[in-house]
Write a protein that binds this ligand. Structure first.
Ligand code: C2E
Ligand code: CA
Ligand code: CA
Length: 733
């Protein structure tokens, strides 16, 4: 896949001159280890030299000018940590490999301290080590220094300041776009804009170098303007015709652009007025622009930052705190500044797969972000293990080489269309694998659409599964058809993003006004829909509702609708996750508890009462003992069949324990609930009476508890309360 980064091979002057051999200097108090390292290195074509103490080490460093250093952390006399401190003071540019037999936490900590001192740590090698690991690190180091020698940090600033000035004056600074994704769905969220400079002689120069110089030379605001203008133009003029229409529309109207701001720009109000003006000119809402400010720069002058950042927020821009975890900001400062996103520093993320400490930092930054209501983003995701870990922490967005390197602007669409095609194939396969397509109505889904219809007082509610060419209605109320072509309905648009889509008036929305169901037939004016996912984040369809009148949803109603979509996801998890109890075919204890929790939240939110009903098979132990487990299972199955006959009237049903089922009726009157319990009791009694004489029948307790919106949400307590208030149904004598 085409990508541009520091390793860019497109520099006009790609010097192919042969490099002098790479030099490795080894400091280790153990001669045998030293010799082994040298032997392995020389075998890989690296010149190696071994020294046993700090004094000879620094002498060789000056005389021999090694490219890579291998440092033992623990030594008598001056140890590796002190050696690194001195290397830091000397501004040493060599690559460093830390070697030691100490635990990985210490190695991690040492490597981080060293990076903070500005040293290039290539990696750590825990002793005893495998030759392959050392070779890998040496290879990394060789690559890194070739990169620098081909036009990197060895340029002298004096020589290049005028080049940089020239480049800015002549608009030669370009940009790359690195995509950012929602976790866990994998939906594209937006792009980070990264400045790129190709020096006419030296090729690609990393922004870490020229941004700092641009700041020093007072060129940074101009540079920011140029980069931003190019990116805004790219977004506004994007011709996404090669993508599916819904993806193209999503890309053009919803994706965000993240722009890096220098600390020095924070005082410059003109820059932000200019930004606002440029957004208007390009017809891009400020909500789609995210300014990234590093933690350290935001904290330099908190008062000034507060003022600038507040103004930016008021203009509608979003703000992100970048590289979080490396600075020392206190919670208090963070809370005061109006950020909308927190970005975990990539050094932690890059190390997450191997370092427990990094994982702990990531987890706590994400938690902190969430507790402040911020989107939590992790950048520097390089491997699947890390991505899985981030999913488990409920990180909201991810960015990193694993998914995509920064891309040249003209590479974005080809990259995206290839990716979306693949994603769609996987998605459709997952939808088919649920076995829910064409499976007919099921009470557990119908309950949710009925509930939504009642709560929103709206005629049409659908649970839609979308395969490659159509929308299949797994559950529907208020419409006669069970499917529609995919391109003829609203939900395909909802599926492109991850959020709830509310269309107050379809006739005023160019995406929808020509749809058959808007022009004719039901003449739908209002639509709201939210994607629903499998537990792994695959979007299989939507929960949506429609009516022929214009309407809007309050924030509360939007949240409520999303809870209902969560309930659908709970049911989808039941289908996919094998959380169904195999005897009864009902959700098992875990699934039922989860559904109860969502339902409780929902009812508390709506301020309505619900009834919790328990049905306990009293004589199950007895039957198991006397007639065997087979017979016990048969009785459980029988009781569940009776419950399933009535489940249409309940909002939730599940097998809560071995001999106990739970049901929940939301917003029903006491009379309705009584009728329900009586129906249940009489069905059980009727069945008992039909049994032959030797069958003891089902001896049950039906328990009932009322849950008020303000009584707690603990399910265990509620169930316990229900068990105390029972109707008994005797088995056969
Ligand atoms: P940053 O803001 O933290 O940007 C992210 C950097 O992480 C980018 O480096 C990106 O290429 C790199 N990155 C992303 N994913 C991965 C990954 O998985 N692994 C690794 N190892 N790296 C990853 P880049 O483009 O070299 O930019 C470096 C820094 O230069 C940026 O760090 C930012 O501080 C600064 N910068 C870049 N463009 C601009 C700009 O337009 N304005 C300002 N003020 N600063 C900029
Ligand atoms: Ca950034
Ligand atoms: Ca960053």
């Amino acid at each position: 896949m085409g990508s541009i980064d520091h390793q860019g091979t497109s520099g006009p002057d790609q010097r192919q001159t042969s490099q002098p051999p790479h030099r490795l200097l080894v400091l280790d108090d153990d001669a045998a280890t030293g010799a082994t390292i040298c032997r392995i290195a020389e075998f890989s074509g690296v010149q190696a030299l071994y020294v046993a103490d700090a004094e000879s080490f620094f002498r060789q460093l000056d005389d021999w000018q090694p490219d890579t250093l291998a440092l033992d952390l623990i030594m008598p006399g001056k140890d590796g940590v002190e050696v690194m401190a001195e290397l830091g003071l000397r501004g040493c540019a060599a690559n460093i490999i830390i070697t030691s037999g100490v635990g990985s936490r210490v190695l991690d900590a040492a490597s981080r301290t060293a990076s903070e001192k500005g040293l290039n740590i290539i990696g750590v090698l825990a002793k005893p080590f495998a030759a392959a690991s050392l070779r890998e690190l040496l290879e990394l180091s060789t690559k890194a220094s070739n990169r620098i020698n081909n036009g990197g940090s060895t340029i002298s600033p004096e020589m290049n300041d005028s080049d940089l000035q020239h480049a800015v004056e002549h608009h030669q600074i370009r940009y790359a776009l690195q995509p950012k994704f929602n976790c866990p769905t994998g939906t594209l969220a937006g792009f980070e804009v990264l400045a790129r400079w190709t020096h006419p002689d030296k090729g690609m120069i990393p922004p870490d170098l020229f941004i700092a110089r641009a700041e020093a030379l007072g060129l940074i605001d101009e540079l920011t303007r140029q980069v931003s203008e190019q990116a805004l133009q790219w977004l506004s003029q994007l011709d996404a015709g090669e993508l599916q229409t819904n993806t193209a529309s999503y890309l053009k109207s919803q994706t965000t652009l993240s722009i890096n701001l220098s600390a020095l720009s924070l005082g410059n109000a003109d820059l932000f007025d200019w930004m606002a003006q440029r957004c208007r000119a390009h017809r891009i809402e400020p909500e789609r622009i995210i300014f990234e400010i590093t933690e350290t720069s935001a904290m330099k002058d908190p008062a000034q930052s507060l003022e600038t950042l507040t103004r930016l927020r008021m203009q509608g821009f979003r703000l992100s705190i970048d590289d979080f975890g490396t600075g020392y900001s206190s919670m208090l400062q963070l809370v005061r500044l109006p950020f909308s996103e927190i970005k975990v520093d990539k050094t932690f993320v890059i190390n997450a797969a191997t370092s427990a400490e990094s994982r702990a930092v990531i987890r706590s930054v994400i938690e902190l972000g969430h507790s402040l209501g911020l989107t939590a983003t992790a950048e520097g995701v390089e491997d699947m293990t890390t991505l899985d870990f981030l999913r488990s922490t409920h990180c909201n967005q991810v960015q990193g080489f694993l998914i995509s390197r920064p891309l040249a602007p003209d590479q974005v669409l080809p990259w995206l269309s290839k990716r979306e095609q693949k994603r769609e194939q996987t998605r459709v396969a997952a939808v088919k694998a649920t076995m829910l397509l064409d499976s007919g109505p099921e009470a557990r889904f119908d309950r949710i659409t009925r509930l939504a219809r009642r709560l929103f007082n709206i005629p049409v509610v659908l649970i839609v599964l979308i395969d490659d060419h159509r929308q299949y209605f797994k559950s529907s109320t208020g419409v006669k058809v069970t499917e529609l072509p995919r391109d003829q309905a609203f939900c395909d648009w909802t599926l492109a993003g991850d959020e709830l889509q509310v269309v107050p008036d379809t006739t005023r929305d160019e995406r929808f006004r020509d749809l058959p169901s808007v022009l004719g037939g039901p003449r739908f004016r209002f639509y709201a829909g939210r994607p629903v996912c499998l537990p792994d984040g695959t979007k299989v369809g939507t929960l949506c509702m429609m009516e022929s009148q214009v309407r809007n949803l309050s924030e509360d109603q939007q949240r409520l609708f999303c809870r209902l979509a969560d309930m659908v996801e709970g049911e989808l998890a039941v289908s996919s996750d094998q959380v169904t109890d195999s005897l009864s075919g009902l959700p098992d204890r875990t699934a039922f508890r989860k559904q109860m929790e969502v339902a409780r939240e929902l009812t508390c939110h709506m301020g309505c009462r619900s009834a919790l009903i328990t049905v306990t098979l009293n004589n199950l132990g007895d039957i198991n003992r006397r007639q065997g487990r087979e017979e016990g299972n048969r009785m459980i199955r029988q009781l569940s069949l009776i419950i399933r006959q009535l489940e249409q009237q309940a909002d939730l049903v599940g097998r809560y324990r071995g001999n106990e089922f739970g049901l929940m009726l939301i917003d029903n009157s006491p009379q309705q609930v009584d009728t329900f319990c009586e129906a249940l009791a009489s069905t059980v009694l009727a069945w008992n009476q039909q049994q032959p004489d030797d069958n003891r029948g089902l001896s049950c307790h039906i328990g009932l508890a009322w849950l008020d919106p303000d009584t707690g949400t603990d399910i265990e307590i509620a169930i316990e309360r229900a068990r105390q208030q029972v109707i008994s149904i005797p088995g056969n004598p």
